[in-house]
Ligand binder design. Structure first.
Ligand SMILES: C[S@@+](CC[C@H](N)C(=O)[O-])C[C@H]1O[C@@H](n2cnc3c(N)ncnc32)[C@H](O)[C@@H]1O
Length: 272
């Protein structure tokens, strides 16, 4: 069942951005793909009198990728479930002086009444969809919004057995970042409980704060449930949804996917 409920971890875009401030490796890849799609799409747009947007990012969050893509001159729309992430994205886009259409919606059920040369879903966002019905709905929505020859690109992590096998009791440091509210340093830790029936990693994030008055432990605890996609299963899923895999990379430098690679970065298009 589709419920329009955003994930609590994504209720504050400022924390999301502070937490992910060093996440830069995927930006050149997605900018390049967006520019390529926009260039290929130019004749189609001319023919139709410039209808529709060129690129759509699903689960765009705070615009971490949407904004640099717009800055590179590409016409882009971002869709996300979380109103607060989108509000932060809009503020940042305005500050950056770029025009982006940000839409609140669920990637499993949206209707934008236009088609895109490229649809992408970055930074493991597809792993928020846990069951087959959700995935089928996602692919079906993507199909409806792709222009002829358009591509669907997404990245998810390559599940690492040693991480999934960890004891749920084992609390590990994640990272530290400056509290965007100016109250000190946030110390983030996590535990993982992998459910091998659903293939969902139940991650718990523990936020503590080190401020002028010492440590404020676990002032916030959030759940993040991430579906794992095993490599062969993922390829089958994509093909079963009427897509063909054009490329599968293991990182954002376009290294072909192989054993031990951290990512599964899939470039796909509708099968003819
Ligand atoms: C890991 S963040 C990625 C954000 C952004 N793409 C980035 O790379 O920084 C995942 C995003 O997925 C969004 N999300 C989760 N489930 C969604 C759904 N069913 N439809 C649309 N967005 C969803 C969350 O609100 C969150 O902003």
């Amino acid at each position: 069942m589709i419920t329009n409920q955003s994930i609590p971890l994504y209720r504050d875009g400022r924390h999301y951005d502070a937490l992910n401030s060093d996440l830069l490796a995927d930006i050149p890849f997605y900018v390049e793909e967006a520019r390529r799609a926009a260039a290929l799409n130019a004749p189609y747009r001319r023919e139709r009198g410039k209808v529709g947007h060129q690129v759509l990012e699903l689960a765009c969050g705070t615009g971490r990728l949407t904004i640099p893509i717009a800055q590179s001159g590409v016409d882009i729309t971002g869709l996300d479930l979380s109103p607060s992430m989108l509000a932060h994205a809009r503020t940042k886009a305005e500050q950056a002086g770029v025009e982006i259409s940000f839409v609140e919606g669920d990637c499993r059920a949206f209707e934008l009444r236009r088609r895109f040369a490229l649809i992408f879903m970055a930074f493991n966002s597809m792993q928020h969809l846990h069951d087959h019905a959700s995935l089928t709905n996602l692919f079906s929505s993507v199909r409806k919004h792709l222009s002829p020859g358009g591509q669907f690109i997404f990245d998810v992590f390559n599940p690492k057995i040693s991480i999934l096998a960890r004891s749920p009791e084992e609390r590990r440091p994640e990272r530290e970042y400056e509290d965007p509210e100016g109250k000190g340093t946030i110390v983030l830790e996590h535990t993982i409980h992998y459910d091998d029936a659903s293939q969902v990693s139940r991650i718990k994030w523990y936020f503590s704060r080190r401020g002028p008055n010492g440590l404020e432990p676990d002032f916030r605890v959030e759940d993040l449930h991430m579906r794992c996609f095993f490599p062969q299963e993922l390829d089958l899923l994509v093909r079963s949804q009427g897509f063909e895999i054009v490329d599968k990379f293991g990182n954002f430098e376009r290294k072909p996917f192989a054993s031990g690679e951290p990512k599964q970065l899939v470039v796909s298009r509708l099968r003819k």
